[in-house]
Design a protein around this ligand. Structure first.
Ligand code: PLP
Length: 371
């Protein structure tokens, strides 16, 4: 009997995405084995952190890297690192460092909540958030004019949670930052591209290990060597409370080594899943189905299911709730259920789940058909 059965914790068919509240990712056999192997031996953690960070950085086309226990701790390490510049006294003083240069500039459209507020991560790292621009429009001059003696860095958020239009793009942000000699941190937690943001001139780039990378619960900061050294110094300060274990370091690295290969094959797997769902649900009068691209521009397509209210008595919100209540529970992507549609995301799904999901949807819709 597995731990979940022993605890009577229900397992879920995840059609929602890489969701933290559903356990983010499932591990491949290779990743699991790497974790068991690494967990069975003693090592010097300092040495492991340096070597593993370097290896992770190589895989991202960056100079150096640091593995953390999540992207949110990566934000804290990056902010604390840059503010203290690795100075041991300032490091011990985080989150209240005795220095004036601790402002972190954030465009208003980037002031997100990813499950916790990003402002809080900046503040735990000793930063003082300086929001610039407006929620629906930020211009380069909003950033430029806010830079001063107290500016430590600009944090750029690349995320589906952020406002997608009329914010200043990364290229422009890095150009402004460079002309003032301040670093740019990119939060790319859920992104798939491991090279793009470093190539665009970011000094530090942060990823979540358990989202696109499909590693264990972990995170990653990559970027310029001198900044990474400053981040690593935080292990004698605020980062002690969020240290990453040797087994998770090994698991993340293994997942990263397999990443490119898996990305190639999983595109086919996702397409197969989408086709299976599409074919299984077509021709129902209660819903309209279509393959829809990711609204934040990532290389992901999902099956969009719009409830046809003329032909069906329940709303998309109710359909979503009923799917979650059932056995097994089916968790669809419901960000827009109030707008009348839900989505099925092929990334966390297995082909063998499709039949169950199709049957459940039909089962719920049929008695609700408006005659
Ligand atoms: C998920 C996410 C985070 C937090 O990542 P963890 O690895 O869960 O700490 C931070 N920023 C963004 C944009 C995210 O999507």
């Amino acid at each position: 009997m597995g731990i979940y059965e022993e605890l009577n914790v229900h397992t879920i068919i995840n059609c929602s995405g890489k969701m933290t509240y559903l356990g983010s990712s499932v591990l491949s056999k290779e990743v699991g084995e790497a974790m068991v192997q690494a967990g069975g031996r003693y090592v010097s953690m300092d040495e492991l952190m340096v070597r593993a960070g370097k290896k992770a950085a190589e895989l991202c086309g960056s100079e150096d890297g640091m593995i953390t226990c999540g992207a949110s701790s990566g934000i804290i390490a990056a902010v604390a690192g840059i503010i203290t510049r690795g100075n041991p006294l300032l490091t011990e003083q985080i989150p209240h460092p005795d220095t004036r240069k601790r402002q972190i500039i954030l465009q208003k459209g980037h002031v997100i909540d990813f499950g916790a507020p990003i402002r809080q991560m900046i503040e735990v790292g000793g930063g003082i958030v300086r929001e610039v621009g407006t929620v629906n429009k930020t211009n380069p001059y909003h950033i430029e004019e806010s830079i001063g003696e107290e500016t430590a860095a600009i944090l750029y958020v690349q995320s589906h949670h952020a406002v997608q239009t009329d914010m200043v793009g990364l290229k422009e942000v890095t150009a402004i930052a460079a002309s003032h000699g301040i670093p740019v941190i990119v939060d790319a937690a859920a992104e798939e591209d491991l090279r793009k943001y470093t190539a665009a001139g970011a000094d530090l780039v942060i990823y979540s290990g358990a989202k696109a990378l499909e590693g264990p619960t972990s995170g990653l900061v990559v970027g310029k060597h001198r900044y990474i050294e400053m981040c690593r110094a935080q292990s004698k300060g605020v980062c002690r409370s969020m240290k990453v274990g040797k087994e998770n370091i090994a698991g993340l690295l293994k997942a990263m080594m397999l990443y490119e290969e898996r990305q190639k094959s999983r595109k086919y797997r996702w397409d197969d899943i989408l086709k299976c769902l599409y074919d299984g649900l077509k021709g129902l009068s209660e819903i309209k189905t279509e393959i829809s691209p990711d609204s934040a521009g990532r290389a992901i397509s999902r099956l969009k299911i719009t409830v046809n209210r003329e032909a069906c008595r329940i709303t998309a919100l109710e359909l979503d709730a009923r799917l979650r209540e059932g056995e097994p529970a089916v968790y669809a992507r419901n960000h827009h259920a109030d707008l009348g549609y839900i989505e099925l995301d092929p990334r966390p799904m297995r082909l063998e789940d499709c039949g169950i999901v199709i049957d459940r949807i039909k089962e719920i819709l049929k008695p609700e058909r408006a005659e």
